[in-house]
Design a protein. Sequence first.
Length: 115
Amino acid sequence: KAQTRAAAEVTAPPPPATFCAPPEVQVYSRSPGIYGSPNTLICHVTGFHPPEIIIELLKNDKVIPGAGQTDLAFEESWSYHLTKHVPFTPNKDDHYACRVTHLGKVKQYIWEPDM
């Protein structure tokens, strides 16, 4: 009598219902930050779970309109990553940041120009 084996797909086990991971955040510009030179402000957020998250790019504590965002991407570790970006022209007297809200916690990450 021949035995048959079903090919089992190897996948990571599901996360526990209470699995939560805080985001890791990087704020940078596409090109070196030079005052008066057009650039792109980028906020790259990784390693978070659950996937519900709000990412806002700010100029002087106000949301910059017209920001684009990548699709939410899933990692093998059951965490997610997302990138938000917007064109901007840095000025000496302006302050730029990325504000991330995850699991009710709000943190702000400052963009440091290369000047």
